[in-house]
Design a protein around this ligand. Structure first.
Ligand SMILES: Nc1nc2c(c(=O)[nH]1)N[C@H]1C(S)=C(S)[C@@H](COP(=O)(O)OP(=O)(O)OC[C@H]3O[C@@H](n4cnc5c(=O)[nH]c(N)nc54)[C@H](O)[C@@H]3O)O[C@H]1N2
Ligand SMILES: Nc1nc2c(c(=O)[nH]1)N[C@H]1C(S)=C(S)[C@@H](COP(=O)(O)OP(=O)(O)OC[C@H]3O[C@@H](n4cnc5c(=O)[nH]c(N)nc54)[C@H](O)[C@@H]3O)O[C@H]1N2
Ligand SMILES: [Mo]
Length: 673
């Protein structure tokens, strides 16, 4: 509210968006009378270019919305009912500190599990004072595997996470392969660079089970079965090796394991790959020829292809293509994956070593909470930067676990999420418009300071501050600890490699290494110990159930023949912003699959498997592959007739590498209600 006597003036502030998206936009925020009235893209950032996505444009509706948490609260009704009574911060934090102490004394500190993923958090709001608290306590550790674990394991194993081709260099490519990623939704600032590339004559190939916007515009669209990317990539490798399209000198000087990869690829003829992937042979041939003879050729490897049993090997085989095909060493050639490690930041500001306590894979959270995993029970969860009730696999199990009367649950969030409904204590968090953060993009290479543009709404507080407070209350604080948000921020700035720290502090932006446009094998080499590409890393071969590049067949059964995939939607960032109104959630079904089941467009269907069922309307569309159905991720329980989302049908099995989530291995049947 404007202060009495002062006319509300309009002002503008620039800040950065930390939400989980590769782009890392610079925002131009308009304020009136101390309130945000408009959020737009800044002209100052060469990637943001003055526009932003429709989601972040509405972020002030979250900040001031009905679901916003304004003060701490303590449960007063039954578990999960979402009835709370208001409490002071002092009472809420005292209760949390004494309960956690009691549980640690009685059951051992490993009975406490912090649950956070932090995809929408920068370097200040996760892994600072929170890490100090849980490490000093000796709590169980959460393996943050729900996203990017298989692609990360592959990128690490093959290249030591070498910086990759950034958006600005897409127009330099002659061929761009968009593999298992849907940037028109999930990272929109790549689109003008793609358009420029096409205008300059580049060909675009898309591999996706859905006819996304970008797939429909592509020169070649391979509408493959979910989970079959590995065999398509191996068939390409076979084509490169057998057709003499490799660069022998590059392979000899810069790689290891080429022969082992060749052997794994040998059985995968284009014919066999066509059969398994469901892509017409003719199209696969065109793709293989195009890739073999184009340069600069760029493969953009996304995350949609990782969310299945073969995800790690698929990502490895895809990222291996430029090494085998000799595509490195030219601007616009190579591969593009997460660029979050381009800054070489080691998080040395976390003062305590990670203890060797029990590790819990977050994709198995349901089993961890219901006591189905080995080890002592978990009797306390502290959830922050995460909404596991709707984002983890096997939702019914997660909810059953959260429903345990004897599980002491703290949820620290900005809004009353589906997870917060199960809390014993709810704590209100600030948003990135009310606190500081360091925002590192993972598509382009940028590092920016997000700063508060408004006062903290209600009694909300930033993570750094609340965890520092808990450290003191649990007598775990030590001299030299950061005691507030500002101190935590200064600690990080001092620990950042120079000149990044000084630049960030003084200007809010750090100058990107390599001018933000590294050319692979010119400016940057693999960060493996020998600086070579490891095309067949021993460790990955040992980890994968059938060895690296071993293909595991489709998990479909006669009873559950349809593959359910759940990609990112334009409406939410994971489940963030899901509290805002949205059109009815629908499942996309191919006309052939619909007519075989007498389903018509708009009919309500029951979609089910052995884990459970959901009910929703069907949208009959040829854009989704025959045999595949699709509904968005990030859906809240309130959007579904029976309060369960696609996550209730998703198995908690793990990917071949990295212990990742297998959301797209969900197999279902549908029928008309
Ligand atoms: N608007 C919006 N943007 C987001 C997010 C969001 O929720 N909303 N989430 C953010 C996060 S957390 C992430 S991880 C990224 C993810 O960004 P993307 O990599 O784009 O991930 P998805 O949307 O999961 O899947 C991308 C595409 O893969 C397809 N796909 C599914 N299974 C397969 C398969 O087996 N093989 C192949 N080749 N394709 C497959 C899907 O149909 C989809 O079109 O986006 C980020 N950006
Ligand atoms: N079915 C299906 N499910 C999926 C996926 C899929 O493909 N299919 N994809 C998965 C992927 S890629 C991802 S990354 C995960 C993400 O899953 P989650 O990690 O659960 O991400 P969000 O749903 O965005 O929840 C983040 C929460 O943190 C809160 N938050 C944000 N900033 C702060 C802060 O500073 N302090 C505090 N205390 N809280 C904060 C937000 O309000 C929000 O409620 O979802 C996964 N879920
Ligand atoms: Mo993600």
């Amino acid at each position: 509210m404007p202060r009495p006597g002062l006319a509300p003036v309009e002002s503008h502030v620039e800040t950065a968006c930390p939400l989980d998206c590769p782009d890392g936009c610079t925002l131009h925020v308009t304020l009136k009378g101390g309130r945000i009235v408009k959020i737009d893209g800044s002209q100052e950032n060469e990637i943001t270019r003055g526009y932003i996505c429709a989601k972040v444009r509405t972020f002030h509706h979250r900040i001031y919305g009905d679901d916003r948490l304004l003060y701490p609260a303590i449960r007063k009704g039954p578990k999960g009912a979402g009835s709370f009574k208001r409490a002071s911060w002092d009472d809420a934090l005292s209760l949390i500190a004494s309960k956690m102490q009691e549980i640690a004394d009685r059951d051992g500190a490993e009975a406490i599990l912090p649950v956070c993923y932090g995809g929408s958090n920068g370097m200040l709001t996760q892994d600072t004072t929170d890490a100090t608290l849980f490490r000093r306590l000796g709590a169980s550790r959460l393996l943050r595997t729900v996203c990017a674990a298989p692609t990360g394991a592959a990128n690490q194993g093959l290249y030591g996470k070498m910086p990759s081709v950034s958006y600005q260099d897409y127009p330099e490519a002659q061929l761009i392969v968009i593999w298992g990623v849907n940037p028109a939704t999930s990272g929109i600032h790549i689109m003008p660079f793609l358009k420029e590339a096409r205008d300059r004559g580049a060909k675009v190939v898309v591999l996706d089970p859905r006819g996304t916007t970008i797939a429909r515009q592509a020169d070649l669209f391979l509408q493959l079965r979910p989970g079959t990317d590995l065999v398509v990539a191996l068939a390409l490798h076979r084509h490169l090796f057998e057709g003499g399209h490799t660069n022998g000198q590059f392979l000899a000087e810069h790689t290891t394991g080429a022969e082992q990869l060749r052997e794994k690829a040998l059985p995968w003829t284009l014919e066999r790959a066509a059969d398994v992937s469901g892509v017409p042979l003719q199209q696969l041939r065109l793709f293989a020829d195009l890739y073999a003879r184009s340069s600069p050729a760029l493969v953009k490897c996304g995350w949609g292809l990782e969310r299945n049993r073969n995800g790690g090997s698929a990502a490895a085989a895809i990222m291996a293509l430029p090494a085998v095909g000799g595509k490195f060493g030219v601007r616009g050639g190579g591969y593009s994956m997460s660029n979050s490690t381009a800054w070489n930041i080691d998080r040395s500001w976390i003062r305590d070593q990670e203890p060797a306590t029990r590790a819990v894979n977050m994709n198995k959270l349901g089993r961890a909470l219901t006591g189905e995993l080995e080890g002592s029970p978990i009797n306390c969860v502290f959830v922050y930067n995460c909404n596991p009730a709707v984002t983890m696999p096997d939702q019914t199990r997660v909810l059953k676990g959260l429903d345990r009367e004897d599980l002491f649950t703290v949820v620290f969030d900005q809004v009353l999420t589906d997870t917060a409904m199960y809390a014993d204590v709810v704590l209100p968090a600030t948003t990135f418009m009310e606190h500081y953060d360091f925002v590192k993009s993972y598509g382009p290479i940028t590092l920016q300071l997000a700063k508060p543009v408004i006062d903290q709404v209600g009694e909300s507080r930033p993570n750094t501050d609340v965890f520092a407070d808990l450290l003191r209350r649990m007598n775990l604080d030590r001299p030299g600890d950061a005691e507030s948000e500002l101190e935590a921020m200064l600690t990080i700035l001092a620990a950042l490699p120079e000149p990044h720290g000084t630049e960030l502090r003084d200007t809010g932006t750090a100058t990107a290494p390599f001018g933000g446009r590294p050319v692979q094998f010119v400016d940057v080499l693999p960060r493996t110990p020998d600086q070579k590409v490891h095309l067949f890393p021993e460790a990955l071969d040992q980890e994968a159930p059938l060895g690296l590049y071993g293909f595991q067949p489709d998990p479909a059964t006669d009873g559950y023949p349809l593959a359910l995939i759940s990609p990112a939607s334009e409406r939410t960032v994971s489940s963030t912003l899901g509290e805002l109104p949205r059109p009815a959630i629908m499942v996309e079904v191919h006309p052939d699959d619909a007519s075989a089941r007498q389903i018509e467009d708009g009919d309500t269907v029951r979609m089910f498997n052995e884990q459970g069922e959901v009910r929703l309307a069907a949208r009959v569309t040829p854009l989704v592959r025959r045999g595949t159905v699709s509904m968005p991720k990030g859906v809240w329980r309130r959007h579904m007739a029976n309060g369960l989302t696609s996550n209730a049908l998703a198995p908690d099995t793990l990917t071949d590498l990295g212990g990742g989530a297998c959301f797209n291995d969900t197999r279902v049947q549908i029928e008309k209600c």
